[in-house]
Design a protein around this ligand. Sequence first.
Ligand code: NAP
Length: 539
Amino acid sequence: MPAQHPDKTPQNVFDIVIIGAGFAGLYMLHKARKLGLHARVFEVGEGVGGTWHWNRYPGARCDVESMQYSYQFDEDLQQEWEWSERYSGQPEILRYANHVADRFNLRDDIQFETRVESACFDEAEETWTISTDRHETVSAQFVVMATGCLSSTNAPVFPGQDEFEGDIHHTGRWPREGVDFSGKRVAVIGTGSSGIQAIPIIAEQADHLTVFQRTAQYAIPAHNRPLKAEEQATVKARYSEFRQENSLYPNGFSLRMPLNEMPALEASEDERATEYEARWAEGGFTFSWSFADLGTNLEANATAASFVRNKIHEIVEDPETAKKLSPDSVIGCKRLCLDTGYFKTFNRPDVDLVDISQQGIDRITPTGIQCGSEQHEVDILVLATGFDAMTGTLLAMDIRGRNGLSLTKQWEAGPRTYLGLGIPAFPNLFTISGPGSPSVLTNMIVSIEQHVNWISDCLEAMRAAGHQTIEASEEAADAWVAHVNEVADQTVYPSCNSWYLGANVPGKPRVFMPLLGFPPYVEKCDEVAASNYEGFVLG
Ligand code: NAP
């Protein structure tokens, strides 16, 4: 059991402890201060920005367009900040996070380079005791997990890896000082969003690049470009209406071309080709709105998949390589990727693709990677192998609720939350964009703000009514988990081994974690609040 002796000196007794200083933690702190709460944020990194602090790999860029991927809580902030590109790169987003921290003077209440090791609920005192790796324990009435959905890396360890003589870097823990690939033979393992963004840039810098692909991925061109001043001005002239309209879309963001309401199977082959071509030319997730039934009907979905496969064969000159790069799965089941020159990169004479779908990687040797009888000589190994998504960071801490119940035990069959906000037996603990909420299927900043606003309103309502504790009921959580899975079961999402299902991490329970559909979710959260927090027990 973790330490149970909080330091009760006044400076170490907080109303609220927030874990994480990414976009969720920063806004939660801002709101907590507005409520007059004594707050402390603990952050492992040495700076703010969360995912944008850690994912500094070359090519890291947001797939949600810049005018939408930003906070809306402060009109002056959204009017003042100028984005330079259609999709913002990691350095610009990190500058924005730092700007927010400075503008609202948030750093004073953030303790950096501090990992929370445990959080335990003291039933007698009705407070949480939080212990950190700096051997300090503090107490707080409320704990908010602003720990992010993609913050714990999935870093497989291959046999022999310890003996590798070169450097190994995970895209999700990229060194601050960068990596110099010049003159090096580089290997990238993993072809999800991170790999697909990093590969073209690494290929330009390295002497030779070998990509190890276990599953081919669909990618749509991003068509990134500078953002025109008039485009920004048009949005800024009616920013709040723009935000309001976007919140009504299923993912909490709008796309450049409206959803085509026609089902793909009702369109002629020519109509389908024209539609897909137009959206491919426009770039971005707009492609997934080509027809109304791509996410729900496998036959319709196959028409889009076939279009992208044909594109891959058009772009990639070597037919054998094109075939290897062509997925045969359901498009959009694993998160669709946006790319800038990804497929074209395989036309370079200094880039090789190794298909490891059948036999895998046998071992890492001191100088390379062994697959069957082939040894690939490598100086630098890049793991673009993704994350233990949504639950990894929470379960890495020792979190204990009533009767010392551990979160690991509570979630042994998969995460159980109510609304993705509360966990039964863990009173006064909130998860921002937790499993069971739309989170990773939306514009994350929009979902974060909705959660932070809901939590802040809840804290205010509790104070007004004189309540000390709030706790999700077991029944509400069970019903909610069933609901999240029922919604997913009506779509193509459960048909592949995606990280949404936890299927990328060996041994992780297979449960569809995020909830599809932002607007009905917001409505439900509002209803719960309006009905005196139905499904929660107030004490
Ligand atoms: P990911 O989508 O989970 O992809 C990981 C890749 O590594 C997959 O190709 C996977 O193969 C492979 N892999 C994992 N373990 C392996 C092993 N033991 N041996 C060989 N290959 C292995 O991870 P990600 O690319 O980091 O992206 C995760 C999520 O982060 C994205 O879906 C997205 O939500 C977010 N993200 C967003 C952006 C953006 O907005 N632009 C950029 C990067 C990431 P399998 O498919 O066979 O498992």
